[in-house]
Design a protein around this ligand. Structure first.
Ligand SMILES: [Zn+2]
Length: 414
C-alpha cells in the first residue's frame, strides 16, 4: 500500500500528463505562452490551489502562475521559491499522452506497444525499482515527467501544507512557468512579482541527483565576405567566402567539440551555416563551465577570423559575440543558502544526494543570473526525457516531494 502522499503525487501526475501542453518554438516571437494547452494546465493548477485554500495566486498574462503561501512563524525567515514548467518538449509528439501505470514492476523489459520496448539493458536505473510503481508511455509520445513530475511534486507539497496547518513554514512561492522547452519562457518572467531569496527548480532526472552548475554559453556569428568574379576569368581575382568559412570551421579543435567532450570539458560547435561563394554567415556555439575559459574561446575565434582575413587578403571577416547564459554556480557561491539548505535537507532524510553538472542551461540559471537568485535544480525521478521511452518511478517522485518538504522545514528554522 502506498501512502496518501504518494497516491496524491501519482494522481496529480496522471492528470497533468494527459493535458496537451507541448510548446512551439516557431511562434514564441509573437505568442506567449506559445500554445493554448499550457493555459489549460496553468488554469487547472490555479483552481486546485484555490480549492486547497491558497488564496494569494498571481496569474501573469505571459503564462506564469505564482502562488504565495504566507509564513505561519512568529519570526522572519527568507522566502523560498519552488519552480516547475508546465510545457513539454516536441522532440517526439508531446501531446496526446496516455500514461500507463505499472504496479509491482517485475524487473523485465517493458513493451510499450508492438513496435517499441523499454529495454533493461539500456536502462540500468530500472533495476532499483523492481517491485515498485512505474509510469510509462504507450510508445507514441513522450511522457512529460519533464516537467509534470516537478509540477506534481510541488502541488502535492502545497496540498500537504494546507492539510496540516500545524506544520511550520516560512513564506513560500510556488512558481509554474510556460515555454521552458522553447527557451523563451523567462524572457517575460515577472521578476518584480517575486520575493524569494532563493529558489529551486524541480526539473531534474534521476533519483537523488541535484545540479547547481550549468554551462556559460556564448554565440559567435562570423560573417565572411568574398569577392565574386566570372568563374572563367577568376584567377587571382575571385575570393570564395565558402572556402574561407571551410578554413575557419576546419581550424576549430575537433577534440573540443560536443561529440568529443563530457563532464567539465567545454567546446566549440559550428552550428549553422548559410551562404554562397560571395557571402557566408556562420554561427558557432561556445560552452564552458569556466567563464574565463569561455571568454578565451571567444578571443580565439576573433584571432582565427583575423587569420582567415590574412590568408584571403581581399576577403573580409567580421565577428560578433554574445553571451547567452551564465553558469548559475557563480550566484550559488555568492549566496550559499540554497545549496546549504538543500544538502542539509538531504542529510536529514538520509538521501545520498549526488551533485551533477548540467551541460546546458536552465530557467534556474536565468533566474540566478538575471535576478541574482540562486536556483539549483532537483531531481524528479524521470528518465529518458524528451523520448517515447521516457519513464518515471513513483518512489523517486515521492523522494523529490519529500526533499521539497524538508527544504521548507530547514528554511523555517531560525
Ligand atoms: Zn524541464
Amino acid at each position: 500500500m502506498r501512502s496518501t502522499f504518494a497516491e496524491d503525487i501519482l494522481q496529480r501526475f496522471l492528470r497533468y500528463a494527459a493535458i496537451d501542453t507541448m510548446s512551439d518554438d516557431t511562434v514564441v516571437a509573437t505568442k506567449s505562452p506559445s500554445t493554448d494547452g499550457q493555459w489549460d494546465l496553468l488554469n487547472l493548477l490555479v483552481s486546485e490551489l484555490t480549492d486547497m485554500g491558497h488564496s494569494d495566486i498571481l496569474v501573469d498574462e505571459h503564462g506564469v502562475v505564482i502562488a504565495r503561501i504566507p509564513s505561519n512563524l512568529d519570526y522572519e525567515v527568507p522566502t523560498i521559491g519552488f519552480m516547475a514548467h508546465v510545457d513539454t518538449a516536441d522532440d517526439v509528439p508531446g501531446n496526446g499522452v496516455k500514461p500507463r501505470v505499472i504496479e509491482g514492476y517485475d524487473g523485465s523489459d517493458i513493451p510499450l506497444n508492438t513496435e517499441y520496448t523499454i529495454k533493461v539493458e539500456d536502462n540500468e536505473e530500472l533495476a532499483q525499482y523492481t517491485g515498485e510503481t512505474l509510469i510509462v508511455t504507450d510508445g507514441t509520445t513522450l511522457l512529460g515527467s519533464d516537467d509534470k513530475a516537478g509540477v506534481a511534486a510541488i502541488m502535492a507539497v502545497a496540498k500537504a501544507l494546507s492539510d496540516d496547518p500545524t506544520s511550520k513554514h516560512g513564506p513560500l512561492e510556488l512558481i509554474f512557468t510556460s515555454d521552458e522547452e522553447t527557451g523563451a519562457g523567462m524572457d517575460t518572467f515577472p521578476y518584480d512579482k517575486i520575493k524569494c531569496a532563493y529558489c529551486y527548480t524541480i526539473d531534474g532526472g534521476k533519483r537523488f541527483e541535484i545540479e547547481s552548475e550549468c554551462f556559460n554559453a556564448a554565440t559567435v556569428n562570423v560573417h565572411f565576405s568574398g569577392v565574386s568574379y566570372h568563374l572563367g576569368a577568376a584567377r587571382g581575382r575571385l575570393v570564395n567566402a565558402l572556402t574561407m568559412a571551410a578554413f575557419f570551421i576546419n581550424a576549430l579543435p575537433q577534440a573540443e567539440s560536443p561529440e568529443a567532450t563530457d563532464g567539465r570539458y567545454g567546446y566549440y560547435c559550428a552550428h549553422t551555416i548559410n551562404g554562397t561563394a560571395t557571402e557566408v554567415d556562420l554561427t558557432v556555439y561556445l560552452r564552458d563551465f569556466d567563464i574565463d575559459v569561455l571568454n578565451q574561446r571567444i578571443e580565439a575565434l576573433k584571432l582565427l577570423a583575423q587569420s582567415a582575413a590574412a590568408l584571403y587578403p581581399k576577403g573580409k571577416v567580421s565577428v560578433e559575440d554574445k553571451h547567452v547564459y551564465f553558469n548559475m554556480a557563480m550566484v550559488a557561491q555568492e549566496k550559499p543558502i540554497a545549496m546549504t539548505n538543500l544538502r542539509e535537507a538531504g542529510t536529514r532524510l538520509k538521501m545520498d544526494l549526488q551533485e551533477a553538472l548540467i551541460r546546458g542551461g536552465t530557467d534556474g540559471a536565468r533566474m540566478a543570473n538575471e535576478h541574482n537568485i540562486p536556483c539549483p535544480n532537483i531531481f524528479t525521478g524521470g528518465h529518458n526525457l524528451h523520448s517515447r521511452f521516457e519513464w518515471a518511478a513513483l518512489s523517486a517522485m515521492e523522494d523529490s516531494a519529500n526533499l521539497v518538504k524538508e527544504i521548507i522545514r530547514v528554511g523555517s528554522e531560525k
